[in-house]
Design a protein around this ligand. Structure first.
Ligand code: GLU
Length: 400
């Protein structure tokens, strides 16, 4: 057998916990277990028919749909992205400042790849989405984690100031946030923009949950000032807003030199994102699907049900998130308690017990840099949410 040595850079990363736990919950389901998987951040709605129809029509027509497009997307799609940024965020970009990629995750990967060298520091507010630190480590950077749990999951200017060193190259912001659902208001974001103003620190603003805000309003970081615009890579995509996770389309608007470098990187990996998915995205971006307001109402009702249900479970405390489709309850009240013969030592043990005994799947907060918490996605049917709450409450009552 040859000794196939793996690259050191892959040794620095772990598989995505959100995806791994989703796969585990699905596998248990396939075994016939009645598991409610609140693990993945994936809308349970169908991609709207006009969007799918756009793709179907293109497939029937043939020709261009089976061909490469320019690396960063078709000129029509780039134009639609420019219009979206202008209409929704008041941001003006030239076509060369736009790059369409295979999902917002790919956009972020490209951006970090274009910006980070060995030893560079990247400030990541915690709780964070699982993939940020992993991508940073993959590219040789050092994630500098700044805990925000004492300030309502909002990064304060003081905490940010303290984390900055001469090696800081990048800051990642994410509002509405995954896993907390926290929505950072204009004042909070402005305070952050003021700290980085005049430095050489780039900002990735991950705005993938933009359309899912229930309290307050979405604020585009790049729109705060000319200084913010010049340093920010704004990431967005169609997955969460339009129930299009499987289509894998994300995009950015950002500083020309950064986007050019991202484009070069993408030209040696995926080339263009799948042509048929670009065509479907074109329909989605031209007009928000008519279903969106109703989806938003449904998500908000589910959120309220989840928060109330979790707060009614003994030992659980759940804040009301302003956006996205996650709740991020504090389960520290369960740590050290016993369920049958098992002591719940940490959030991983809590999730394992909830999955295998209560048949409810969640993701341990430790994966997001917040041990003692658990993330549940409420992008699930009303019936599933009602059942999940009942099971969690029953499990809580069984703890000794
Ligand atoms: N972003 C979603 C989540 O956090 C999808 C899975 C992933 O890409 O991490 O669950």
């Amino acid at each position: 057998m040859p000794n196939l040595r793996l690259a050191r850079r892959v040794g620095r990363i772990q598989p995505s916990a959100t995806l791994a736990l989703t796969a585990r919950a699905k596998a248990l389901k396939a075994e016939g277990k009645d598991v409610i998987a609140l693990t993945a951040g994936e809308p349970d709605f169908e991609t709207p028919m006009p969007i799918r129809q756009g793709a179907i029509d293109a497939l029937h027509k043939g020709g261009a749909v089976g061909r490469y497009t320019p690396v960063g997307g078709t000129p029509e799609l780039i134009k639609a992205v420019i219009e979206k940024f202008r209409r929704d965020n008041g941001l003006d970009y030239k076509p060369e400042q736009i790059l369409v990629s295979c999902g917002a995750k790919h956009s972020i990967f490209n951006a970090i790849g274009a910006l980070i060298d060995d030893g560079d520091e990247v400030i990541v507010p915690a709780p964070f989405w699982v993939s940020y630190p992993e991508m940073i480590r993959f590219f040789g950077g050092t994630p500098v984690i700044v805990d925000t749990s004492a300030s309502g999951f909002v990064l304060t200017p003081e905490a940010l100031r303290k984390a900055i060193t001469p090696r800081t190259r990048l800051l990642i912001v994410n509002s509405p946030g995954n896993p907390t659902g926290a929505v950072w208001d204009r004042q909070a974001q402005q305070a952050i923009a003021d700290v980085v103003a005049g430095t050489d620190i780039a900002v990735i603003s991950d705005e993938i949950y933009e359309k899912l805000v229930y309290d307050g309003a979405h604020v585009a970081f790049a729109g705060l000032s000319t200084d913010a615009y010049d340093r920010t890579i704004t990431v967005n995509g169609v997955a969460k807003a339009y129930a299009m996770t499987g289509w894998r389309i994300g995009y950015v608007g950002g500083p020309l030199a950064v986007v050019k470098a991202m484009n070069a990187l993408q030209s040696h990996s995926t080339s263009n994102p799948t042509t048929v998915a670009q065509l479907a995205t074109l329909t989605a971006l031209k007009n928000d699907p008519k279903e969106l307001p109703d989806w938003r109402r449904q998500y908000q009702a589910r959120r309220d049900r989840m928060v109330a249900g979790l707060n009614a479970a003994k030992g659980v405390k759940c804040a009301v998130p302003g956006g996205a489709f996650y709740v991020f309850p504090d389960f520290r009240g369960w740590i050290g308690r016993r369920h049958g013969d098992t002591v719940l030592l940490n959030d991983a043990a809590i999730c394992e017990a909830l999955l295998t005994r209560a048949l409810v799947g969640g993701v341990p907060g430790g994966e997001f840099g917040a041990p003692g918490f658990v993330r549940f996605s409420y992008a699930a049917s009303d019936e599933e949410i009602a059942k999940a709450i009942e099971r969690i409450q029953r499990f809580a009552a069984e703890l000794v």
